[in-house]
Design a protein around this ligand. Structure first.
Ligand SMILES: [Zn+2]
Length: 94
């Protein structure tokens, strides 16, 4: 019933891990792949995860969170901003 999900298939997602102490932490699947490899699955992340609050390796729950690609979209738009700034030159410091 508990079939492990390969990280490679959920690359643009995040994993929300919840510790037995109640603390939750989110890691991006991409950074998890970077750390433990392409063929790892969600269960491997759970095995390796250690709570930053209590130091225990006791993940009691994991959730796969989809965030979309908004970071990339913003980075792409940032390059265009300068062009619209031409009539912004009324103030000068010198
Ligand atoms: Zn904890």
């Amino acid at each position: 019933m508990k079939r492990p999900t390969l990280l490679a298939t959920i690359r643009s997602h995040h994993l929300y891990l919840e510790c037995a102490c109640g603390r939750g932490a989110e890691v991006s699947v991409l950074s998890a792949i970077g750390r433990i490899g392409h063929s790892a699955n969600v269960g491997d992340v759970v095995d390796k995860a250690r709570c930053a609050a209590c130091g225990a390796k006791s993940v009691k729950g994991v959730r796969i969170v989809y965030k979309g690609a908004s970071d990339t979209a913003m980075a792409g738009a940032a390059g265009k901003v300068d062009h619209d700034r031409e009539d912004d030159g009324g103030v000068s410091d010198w």
